[in-house]
Design a protein around this ligand. Structure first.
Ligand SMILES: Nc1ncnc2c1ncn2[C@@H]1O[C@H](COP(=O)(O)OP(=O)(O)O)[C@@H](O)[C@H]1O
Ligand SMILES: [Mg+2]
Length: 92
């Protein structure tokens, strides 16, 4: 697994890359669906990506995925790099 982060314009980008089995093209459109799993009964819940996408979207971001079967997968999380100024020495 490799995790990289960088800033691109007004976005924070985080790549989460693996050298795993990859995801076949016909499976890719379903991976963010709640309860979609290719794992056996009792192994997968199918909730990891759907919950992750929900969290990222509520922060105004998105998740992109690139995958090659037999080589691995990269998930890229893109979050708005908002600069919020908090008053110093004051209760808010
Ligand atoms: N890094 C990955 N490499 C290959 N397939 C993946 C990867 N992440 C997710 N998937 C595919 O997407 C499906 C849904 O993933 P997820 O929502 O995390 O649920 P779960 O891990 O419980 O199956 C997995 O069952 C698998 O088919
Ligand atoms: Mg998972």
């Amino acid at each position: 697994m490799t995790v990289r982060s960088r800033k691109e314009d007004a976005w924070c980008m985080i790549d989460v890359e693996d050298t795993g089995c990859g995801i076949p093209a016909e499976v890719l459109p379903k991976i963010f669906d709640p309860f979609f799993t290719t794992k056996g009964q009792g192994e997968g819940t199918g909730l990891g990506l759907s919950v992750s996408l929900g969290i990222v979207q509520r922060h105004g971001g998105e998740i992109q995925v690139h995958s090659h079967v037999g080589k691995g997968t990269v998930f890229t999380v893109r979050l708005p790099a908002l600069h919020v100024r908090m008053p110093v020495g004051k209760d808010v």
